[in-house]
Design a protein around this ligand. Structure first.
Ligand SMILES: [Zn+2]
Length: 123
């Protein structure tokens, strides 16, 4: 999961360097209003935590998929050398791939995007 905001200057979306699971967690670190430089036009603008949108960044799922494939390959080699069919390795590999995709894609993103904080006037 990654967080993105739309630049106030060039209207391009860019990623925040850090990821937070919830908006309150984000406020604890950045504050309710935070200044952030755009990665496209380098203009630093001020944003509200509600401006951030969570989306599937793909890093977690890529790691999971690689781990799953590695387990498939290793178990295939392992089982081949002792003469067994490597079905178990494939099943475990697929389970890991599915688990990592599910975790990074659905619930956390939905929770983050549906939970907006009450916007306080800037102090
Ligand atoms: Zn920009």
């Amino acid at each position: 999961m990654k967080l993105k905001v739309t630049c106030r200057n060039c209207r391009e979306e860019f990623d925040l360097k850090k990821t937070y699971l919830t908006r309150p967690e984000m406020i604890d670190d950045l504050g309710e209003y935070f200044s952030y430089p755009c990665s496209h036009c380098a203009t630093t603008s001020e944003y509200h935590v509600n401006d951030a949108t969570a989306y599937s960044g793909g890093i977690a799922s890529v790691v999971g998929i690689i781990a799953g494939i590695l387990i498939m390959i290793i178990s295939t080699l392992l089982f081949l050398s002792i003469g067994y069919i490597s079905t178990i390795g494939y099943v475990i590999g697929l389970l890991i791939i599915n688990a990592s995709r599910g975790r990074s894609n659905t619930s956390n993103i939905r929770i983050f995007n549906s939970y907006k904080i009450t916007r306080n006037p800037k102090t």
